[in-house]
Design a protein around this ligand. Structure first.
Ligand SMILES: [Zn+2]
Ligand SMILES: [Zn+2]
Length: 176
């Protein structure tokens, strides 16, 4: 499964405070490999005494449908990444780095693997989940769909509006 990985091997060899910018422009997938949408951002990766610090604004595109008219739509979940990633392996010695005072889940998500790559996938998935809208709207003024016939009321032509008018009800009965 494709992941959003950044190789920090070179940066890890530099001195504390050295930084790189990273232009994030990837497709975010879910755990089953389904496309969730684009993820973009301007990240700064800074060498720390223990690993690297990743920071910067990201935009996560969410493919959804309007909660009123059910038309496909997309919206952006903005987030601010600000996390330290620590290597599992010491670059110089190749020895396992002991993970202290970090819970297991966090250590797994925010770690730099044996190939000196850190993976933003999990972090971005978490931000996306936290930013999902319960009732997204394609437009604040979206009229939704007709409860009678299901037609999109944002479109002008709509024939069953007459039925909603009680004055026509009797006449319609007589014509039946
Ligand atoms: Zn709508
Ligand atoms: Zn209708």
């Amino acid at each position: 499964m494709p992941e959003i990985q950044i190789n920090v091997a070179e940066l890890l060899k530099e001195t504390v405070g050295a930084a790189r910018s990273f232009d994030l422009n990837s497709t975010l997938l879910d755990h089953d490999g389904m496309v969730l949408g684009a993820a973009t951002g301007d990240l700064k990766i800074t060498k720390t005494d223990r690993g690297v610090w990743v920071s910067g604004p990201v935009k996560i595109m969410v493919l959804s449908e309007c909660s009123r008219c059910l038309n496909p739509m997309e919206y952006v979940v903005p987030a601010q990444i600000d996390d330290e990633y620590l290597p599992k392996v010491d670059l110089a010695t190749g020895a396992r780095v002991r993970v202290e005072d970090r819970d297991a889940e966090d250590a797994d998500t925010r770690s730099i693997d044996d190939h000196h790559e850190l993976d933003l996938t999990e972090t971005l998935q978490q931000y996306r989940l936290a930013g999902l809208l319960l009732a997204p709207l394609c437009n604040e003024e979206c009229l939704g769909i007709c409860s009678q016939c299901g037609v999109d009321l944002n479109e002008n032509t709509h024939e069953c509006q007459d039925e909603l008018d009680p004055r026509w009800g009797k006449l319609r009965e007589l014509l039946r």
